[in-house]
Write a protein that binds this ligand. Structure first.
Ligand SMILES: Cc1ncc(COP(=O)(O)O)c(C=O)c1O
Length: 406
């Protein structure tokens, strides 16, 4: 007999409580299970792709086009950047974490002259200083990560949008870990490119990149001196090949249109169902659900005796970044939770890898059904590793939040 019971022996896979990819609703999984179709068939174009992108406009809170392409969050970021930025253009990159500074690398590849506005990880952005820097540089674009997944922080995108508008800069916003989980107001905040991926709070499979494009961003693409260097990911081709004249595109209304890249039909069908589920729930309720679930998770974590990593004013409702107790390795906690209790969470990233843990509450995992077992597994794993708290204290604290908001 083994000394310790392996509770996961009866499970086929760990539950994904990492900050994406996340668990999928069953109807979304089922939508993948169908014979192939071809993306230029009009039943697919008009029956799946078109209504999916239109539904996504409600999720993005925009009247503009939402483009859907094969790829991931990074594809969306790169497609957005390479479509509007020309070599030599000045760009101000807000770098508040691992994903903020990813934009530096992307901007290097498109030949931008970028300046980083460095923000201490987990700490607020000094808006007055950012505004002064934007005034000084007069950049063509300002980039921001709305929800910094590496540190579990949400930044004030509306305020940064105002700064961008005041200096006539395009506002490029990464919403990879916020769209469909937090309130993201693309038009109201003046976001020109809202760039994201399918696999987090949208609760769709990994494999699609999404970009909402404002009229100003289309204009910047039209006014380029040279064409974008990427063929596949030049967003302007969507305007030319796929968007009808009546919506500002170049395709005569009613004429057959072409997608600029072959579209993964199965993934789009799954996204169609994911969007339907989101709209049935309603964005306001969905945002509230993420808020309550994250509040419950944080209450549980603190009742266990752990501390949150970021500044309290920035706590994210989709990703919680938690400090590990002294002497406990995050990787050991992750392995113990996965191998013995069947729940996968993440360690911190880069310089926080050996000091923090990250837990996602995204899509369907923002619910008691997932949060309570995660806290239970966290308590047990810490206990196994020699760091003892009152058994059940974390679960009880979270349960109380759910009970109070039920
Ligand atoms: C905020 C943020 N931006 C960008 C990315 C990169 O996206 P992907 O891994 O889908 O390429 C991630 C991934 O976790 C992210 O959280």
């Amino acid at each position: 007999m083994p000394a310790m019971i392996n509770w996961t022996q009866v499970h086929t896979r760990p539950v994904l409580m990492i900050p994406g990819p996340t668990e999928l609703p069953w109807p979304v999984v089922q939508a993948l299970n169908q014979p192939p179709t071809i993306q230029y068939d009009r039943t697919f174009d008009l029956g799946v792709l078109e209504p999916t992108t239109r539904g996504l406009r409600e999720v993005f809170q925009t009247a503009s086009e939402v483009i859907l392409m094969p790829g991931s969050g990074r594809t969306a970021l790169e497609a957005g950047a390479l479509s509007v930025i020309e070599p030599g253009d000045r760009v101000l990159v807000v770098g508040a974490g691992q994903f903020g500074i990813l934009m530096r690398e992307i901007m290097n590849r498109v030949g931008a002259e970028w300046t980083e506005f460095a923000v201490e990880w987990g700490q607020p952005v000094d808006l007055a200083r950012l505004s002064a820097e934007a005034e000084r540089l007069r950049p063509k674009a300002i980039t921001l990560v709305h929800n910094e997944t590496s540190t579990g922080t949400t930044y004030p995108a509306a305020e940064v949008g105002k700064i961008a508008r005041a200096v006539g800069a395009l506002f490029l916003l990464d919403t990879v870990s916020s769209i469909a989980g937090l309130d993201v107001r693309t038009d109201e905040w003046g976001v020109d490119l809202n760039m994201t991926g399918s696999q987090k709070c949208l609760a769709a499979p990994l494999g699609l990149a999404l970009v909402a494009v404002s009229p100003r961003a289309w204009q910047a693409m039209e006014q380029r001196k040279v064409k974008a260097r990427s063929y596949a990911y030049d967003l302007l081709r969507w305007r030319e090949w796929w968007i009808p004249v009546s919506r500002g595109g170049k395709v005569p209304d009613g004429a057959p249109r072409r997608q600029p890249v072959s579209i993964p039909t199965h993934l789009t069908c799954a996204m169609q169902v994911a969007v339907r589920l989101i709209l049935e729930e309603g964005m306001a309720s969905r945002v509230r659900r993420h808020e309550i679930a994250a509040t419950a998770l944080r209450a549980g974590v603190q009742a266990i005796g752990l501390e949150m990593y970021p500044h309290p004013a920035l706590w994210s409702n989709t990703v919680s970044c938690i400090k590990t107790p002294a002497g406990v390795e995050p990787a050991a906690v992750v392995a113990q939770m996965r191998n013995h209790y069947g729940i996968l969470i993440g360690t911190g990233l880069d310089k926080n890898r050996s000091t923090t843990l990250r837990v996602g509450t995204m899509g369907i995992t923002a619910s008691p059904q997932y949060v309570l077992p995660t806290l239970s597994a966290l308590e047990l794993a810490l206990r196994d590793l020699g760091w003892k708290s009152e058994p059940g204290a974390g679960v009880a604290a979270a349960q109380k939040i759910f009970a109070d908001h039920g």
